[in-house]
Design a protein around this ligand. Structure first.
Ligand code: MG
Length: 261
């Protein structure tokens, strides 16, 4: 079956450390020319799609905000499925806006949501969340990424590192609404009205992009930019194809005969 859609990761795949990856813009343009639908899937929860679109624009990449799907959006949609649910929000301001109209309870909530609050993670805050979870609240997180790159310099701890500790202490597994959750990928397929065998995931992270594609029955391409380090992934996860960067994507799709003629 001919390919109809690309589900592309943003950080490390299209941009890295605040700059566009060489060939990213050309790849997007050629994908559009080849008739491929594109949806950008990101686990970023500190920004709304229009912020992300303007950040991409600043890097020279043009993408409509309607084509961007964030894990934060999936998180709020998940909570809204339970009527009259209450939640304790531990999320950046931009993400909090997605939870408007949902009841807040900072003592005994139904759900605790943890997003990218970076420097706010400290003992008091984590202990407070632990007690809510021990009291019966369900932990829901946009993603459980362990680390990320912020501009130049060494990697920084991400929310997933703290979530692991909370899960172990409270004896519960967090519900993950972003990558690698199958729900997240299915939402993208639904938005583009394509089936799993008509779409290809392109990303730099084995644990979120590639593992998520695997679990959803989607083909995948790992790019070696950003995190692109297969050594960190469990043996069971393998990308269908590995490319040096997204700049090599369209030549690869042509040569592999994956595009409609
Ligand atoms: Mg990435």
């Amino acid at each position: 079956m001919a390919l109809k859609a690309l589900l592309i990761d943003i950080d490390g795949t299209l941009v890295f450390r605040g700059e566009a990856i060489t060939g990213a813009n050309r790849a997007l343009r050629e994908a559009a020319e080849a008739g491929l639908a594109v949806r950008l899937l990101t686990n970023i929860s500190a920004k709304l799609p229009h912020h992300i679109a303007s950040g991409l624009h600043a890097c020279g990449i043009e993408m409509a905000e309607e084509c961007i799907q964030t894990a934060g959006m999936a998180c709020s949609a998940y909570i809204r499925r339970t009527p009259d649910a209450s939640c304790h929000l531990l999320v950046p301001d931009a993400m909090a806006a997605l939870f408007e109209g949902i009841r807040r309870d900072d003592a005994k909530p139904d759900f605790v949501i943890i997003g990218d609050v970076a420097e706010r993670f400290d003992y008091e805050l984590l202990n407070g969340v632990f007690r809510m979870l021990a009291g019966g609240a369900q932990l829901v997180v946009p993603h459980r990424n362990l680390y990320w790159f912020d501009g130049a310099g060494p990697p920084r701890l991400d929310a997933g590192a703290f979530i692991l500790g909370l899960e172990a202490a409270a004896g519960q597994a967090a519900i993950v609404t972003g990558k690698p959750s199958a729900v997240f990928f299915q939402a993208a397929l639904d938005a583009l009205e394509v089936s799993a065998d008509e779409a290809l995931v392109v990303g730099d992270d084995m644990l979120t992009d590639i593992a998520g594609a695997d679990a959803s029955g989607l083909a995948s391409v790992l790019v070696r930019t950003g995190k692109g380090e297969p050594a960190r992934a469990p043996d069971a996860i393998t990308a269908g194809t590995e490319l040096q960067s997204i700049g090599d994507l369209m030549p690869y799709l042509h040569s592999a005969g994956l595009l409609a003629r």
